[in-house]
Write a protein that binds this ligand. Structure first.
Ligand code: PEP
Ligand code: MG
Length: 629
């Protein structure tokens, strides 16, 4: 990944009608000369081409306009301040918990600072003073905080002390905590993308999966961010929504300004700012070629996913948010192999109750009209931090390594009420579909005991619902386990005795096997699902399931890569679940393959120890098939 820096001597031209970015840039005069083309490279995350103006989203400003209030508003402002103090305290505590992953010197420097922040967020002069300004001065909470912080800073700076640097530092700390409070007071708890103009390319430092869930693919032409990896949840969301995207592009927010004309190529992983006429023409041609390709692939929709020697392969869709349902139907998926239920818990302050959940699952199950739907219970933790749960878990525990902490089934078994509610909603929904169509899946399983414990809760919930007269399917929906940790893969034989089916989550499996954060741009080059260690674990768990004639699928991002289909079929997989837009190309690949060839090819791959050689073989086989097919 490399950023080609522009010729700094040449200022950028503002496109017509573009608003300058607030702050320093606004003061800079812009020349009417055309700016030079500049390429910013990142990780190719979601294919497709976008041509449009840049729209940058930055954090809300830490300064708010001065505001007075009426006497009747005093109580509400006091409460706003209390809520902002609580939120800030939680953020500082979280920062402190994360200290342990930093180098020792950084810890030594930061720890006293965070302690000072925590003290200032207690019964401090800053908070007492701000409260008084709300009550006596009739000021809005953010104005009261800013005024009080200024007053304290002034007192500190005018103290008679030779250590001027120390005084400045202390005054700065007060202002810093005031800024945090202001951010919490003024920030909309959830980001909104309503202001993004239609056809714009959204540029941000980082997008969380919850942010991505708010994007409207009909409005936003493309997304580019500085942070993020190829198989993180934000990337998965963007692919699911079919929004062309480039993540992990260093230097992007520094270079791109609101209104800059740009071309984003999601497959090439690059953003071209101020494209030349030639680049623009090439991008338009690429857009047209994509449209023709989509047209061609749509003809495959009604054809079976069957190899040349008649072996049927189930191609299912992953669903992240209900808005994807129409895409699933268009893609010709036969069912939903992974319904990530996290969307239900995102961008809200209250946990969804049983009826909320039932109301969310029912239209999805109905829309699939008897085709299988595998609902995964909540996989919270790691990068999937959710507001509603964060509020609900007291004290909110975020370990030093969230990905290794209370995530997925571990968290649900610790908070069984959450699991009971979700099981109950799913069991009720299952009664609307033919028997066996709905299945339930547990994320982040590492030991057989977790499946066993979850099943006890599952059976108990079913008994309770039946006692209440609820109509449930005679045979309860199957309860399966995701295999997404090396521990689970290596213990697959034992887990298979407790589970009704397996779904191999290769995204996490690769992350945990290689110790590479799937969402971290810095180590993205090390994230490789074709590493022989990952492939061996896939093979091991597949064979454990096949020995027991138990259904097994792959629902990680590998499943949606047509080049990997020969290898996965060769390893014995006959069910793949992927983002809906990948289905036509994967079907095309399946229809060109012969199972005997795939099995021989997989044996050859599994003899290799070098990931680069494996990639070479995979690419070689894929181009051979394309030539033949
Ligand atoms: C996986 O880990 O491969 C998977 C499918 O689950 P998620 O991407 O939701 O973690
Ligand atoms: Mg996973």
């Amino acid at each position: 990944m490399k950023t080609e820096k522009p010729d700094r001597a040449e200022p950028k031209a503002a496109p017509e009608g573009a608003k300058p970015k607030p702050g320093a840039e606004a003061a800079k005069p812009r020349t009417p000369r055309r700016a030079k083309e500049m390429v910013v490279r990142g990780i190719p995350v979601s294919p497709g081409v976008a041509i449009g103006p840049v729209f940058d989203t930055t954090e809300p400003p830490a300064e708010a306009p001065r505001r007075s209030i009426e006497p009747a508003e005093v109580e509400a402002e006091r409460q706003r301040l209390a809520a902002a103090v609580a939120a800030s305290r939680k953020q500082v505590a979280k920062l402190k918990m994360r200290l342990s992953v930093l180098p020792e010197e950084a810890q030594e420097e930061l720890e006293p600072l965070l302690d000072a922040y925590a003290l200032m967020l207690g019964d401090s002069r800053l908070i007492r003073g701000a409260r008084k300004r709300i009550e006596a001065g009739l000021l809005a909470a953010e104005t009261a905080v800013a005024d009080e912080a200024d007053a304290i800073a002034e007192v500190i700076l005018s103290a008679r002390d030779d250590d001027k640097a120390g005084l400045k530092r202390r005054a700065g700390e007060v202002r810093e905590i005031a800024r945090r409070l202001t951010r919490n007071l003024t920030q909309n708890p959830f980001r909104s993308f309503k202001d993004v103009p239609e056809g714009a390319i959204l540029v941000a430092e980082e997008l969380t999966p919850a942010d991505a869930a708010l994007l409207d693919p009909g409005r936003i032409a493309g997304v580019a961010t500085e942070e993020g990896g190829a198989d993180g949840h934000t990337a998965i969301m963007l692919r699911a929504l079919g929004i062309p995207a480039v993540l992990g592009a260093p230097g992007l927010t520094e270079q791109a300004r609101r209104g800059d004309p740009a071309v984003l190529d999601g497959a090439a992983g690059q953003v071209v700012l101020h494209p030349s006429a030639a680049s623009l023409a090439a991008a338009k041609e690429l857009l047209a070629a994509h449209a023709r390709e989509r047209q061609r692939l749509s003809k495959l929709r009604r054809l079976p996913a069957e190899t040349t020697d008649g072996e049927a392969v189930e191609l299912q869709a992953n669903l992240e948010i209900p808005a994807e349902l129409p895409l699933i139907a268009q893609a010709g998926a036969v069912g939903i192999g992974l319904l990530r239920s996290e969307f239900l818990f995102m961008n809200r302050e209250q946990l969804p109750d049983e009826d909320d959940q039932f109301d969310a699952y029912a239209p999805i199950v109905d829309a699939m009209a008897g085709d299988p739907v595998t609902i995964r219970v909540l996989d919270w933790g790691g990068e999937k931090d959710m507001e509603a749960l964060a509020e609900g878990v007291e004290p909110h525990h975020v370990g030093a390594n969230p990905a290794l902490g209370l995530r997925g089934i571990r968290m649900l078994l610790k908070r069984p009420a959450l699991l009971e509610t979700q099981f109950a909603a799913i069991l009720r929904v299952a009664a609307r579909a033919p028997e066996g169509a709905v299945r339930v899946m547990l994320p982040m399983v590492t030991v057989p005991g977790e499946v066993k414990a979850a099943r006890e809760i599952y059976d108990r919930v079913a008994r309770r619902l039946r006692r209440k007269g609820e109509k449930l399917p005679e045979k309860l929906p199957e309860l399966g386990a995701m295999i997404e940790t090396p521990g689970a893969a290596l213990a697959a034989d034992a887990i298979a005795l407790e589970a009704d089916f397996f779904a191999i989550g290769t995204n996490d499996l690769a992350m945990y096997t290689l110790a590479v954060d799937r969402g971290d741009a810095e180590v993205a080059h090390l994230y490789d699902p074709l590493h022989p260690a990952v492939l061996r674990l896939v093979q091991f768990s597949t064979e454990a399931a096949l020995r027991l004639r138990m259904p097994v699928s792959i629902c990680g991002e590998m499943a949606g890569n047509p080049r990997l289909v020969p290898l996965l079929l060769g390893l014995g997989i006959r069910c793949l679940s992927m983002n809906a837009s990948a289905i036509p190309r994967v079907k095309q690949a399946v229809r060109a393959l012969n199972i005997g060839d795939c099995a021989r090819f997989a044996r050859r791959v599994m003899e290799q120890s070098d990931p680069a050689r494996i990639r070479e073989l995979v690419d070689g086989f894929a181009s051979g098939v394309t030539e033949r097919g």
